[in-house]
Design a binder for this molecule. Structure first.
Ligand SMILES: [Zn+2]
Length: 375
């Protein structure tokens, strides 16, 4: 196997979900000479575009049932997994071969939380569900923000007829002129539980992937006392910039611990500190509830900026139209898929280098705070 890194961080980016997964499994095998390795793969029913298995892969290096663990996860928002997995491949090639771990400590690569979206270049999963709005105990099928209801037809067109589209965008522009871009962003991405074919659907039940991830955490982290977790995202913020976001309220103990781990600080979406607006059903809240009582839990979503918000929202809106009304195989479908990829994984070597370097620095800070890890 050729290591994915040959001095250039951009080389950590993989050409597809399938190749990324294969390289992860190869690297895990190769690293078994240095660390105890456990791989727990949980597959979902659909297949990828090449017929490949789609799975959440928990690759644990070090203690089988750790007291102290750093978890790096990717692909919560499918297509954003190109970036998270690039950082994971950097760690596999450059950090794990040199890392010393105490017998009660582990580093976990959790590859592709939403493998369907990663493989098919969507942000949502196989049920059109936003994985990061799906971590709830109860689902209320009437829950939907009033602004989303008001803009439903504009956000979720059933056709791309030019005249009708002009009218819809005029209504969106009028909404932004009256209420501001941030309130439009809130309406578009906050999450809704009413319309399964609409953008930002949070689900009517926990998705298979959600249940798999929570089961992996309950099983493998049941003895954990310290858990530090990074879940990598893209699509929000300035090009190549990083913001660390958490769903934890400012009063939460995990919020304070997260501030200690990452020197630049973590911003609470719930507390209104972040470029992200407050959101529903977040993964980190689900994980916090699944971990043993009393475990110290530091969590951050590193969010890497790509293009301006309206370009990203336009790509997501078109992708949702394509999934329900279009054809992925025709010219329009291919163009929409290309725009989706560009919105969440810009075709820029400079951008790639910046995000891999940033991810590596965040991992180094986390390892410095993890008991039992020595670089
Ligand atoms: Zn995301």
């Amino acid at each position: 196997m050729t290591p994915p890194d040959s001095g250039d961080p951009a080389a950590c980016f993989q050409p597809s979900y399938r190749v990324s997964r294969e390289r992860l499994l190869e690297a895990a095998h190769a690293l078994s000479a240095r660390h105890p390795v456990l791989v727990d793969s949980r597959s979902i029913a659909p297949r990828g575009p090449e017929g490949e298995t789609l799975a959440l892969d928990w690759a644990c290096f070090g203690a089988r049932r750790p007291r102290h663990a750093l978890v790096l996860s990717s692909g919560t928002h499918g297509v954003e997994g190109y970036t998270g997995s690039a950082i994971q491949h950097h760690v596999l090639a450059n950090v794990l071969p040199r890392l010393a771990l105490a017998p009660d400590t582990a580093l976990v690569i959790q590859h592709a939380n939403n493998p369907y979206g990663f493989a098919w270049h969507r942000r949502v999963n196989e049920d059109n569900v936003d994985f990061n709005r799906n971590f709830r105990e109860r689902f209320d099928p009437t829950q939907c923000p009033a602004d989303y209801e008001a803009l439903y037809d504009c956000l979720n067109p059933t056709d791309l007829d030019a005249a009708r589209e002009t009218g819809r965008w005029a209504r969106i522009d009028a909404f932004i002129a009256e209420h501001g871009l941030r309130r439009f962003q809130q309406a578009a991405v906050e999450g809704q539980y009413r319309y399964p074919a609409g953008m930002q659907f949070g689900g009517h039940a926990q998705a298979a992937g959600t249940r798999h991830l929570l089961a992996l955490v309950r099983e493998h982290l049941r003895d954990a006392q310290t858990v530090i977790w990074l879940d990598f995202h893209t699509g929000l913020g300035d090009f190549g910039a990083c913001e660390l976001i958490t769903g934890a309220p400012i009063a939460d103990a995990g919020y304070a611990f997260s501030q200690q781990v990452w020197s630049d600080g973590v911003k609470s979406a719930a507390g209104g500190e972040s470029v992200s607006t407050p959101l529903n059903g977040l993964l980190d809240r689900g994980l916090a509830a699944a971990l043993p009582a009393g475990a110290r839990f530091a969590f951050a979503y590193p969010e890497y900026g790509t293009w301006e918000p309206m370009r990203v929202i336009r790509a997501m809106r078109a992708d949702n139209w394509l999934a329900h009304h279009g054809d992925r195989g025709d010219a329009t479908g291919r163009a929409i898929e290309t725009d989706m990829l560009e919105a969440f994984r810009p075709d820029s070597r400079d951008w790639e280098r910046r995000v891999v370097a940033s991810g590596a620095a965040l991992v180094a800070q986390a390892l410095a705070r993890l008991p039992g890890a020595k670089r």
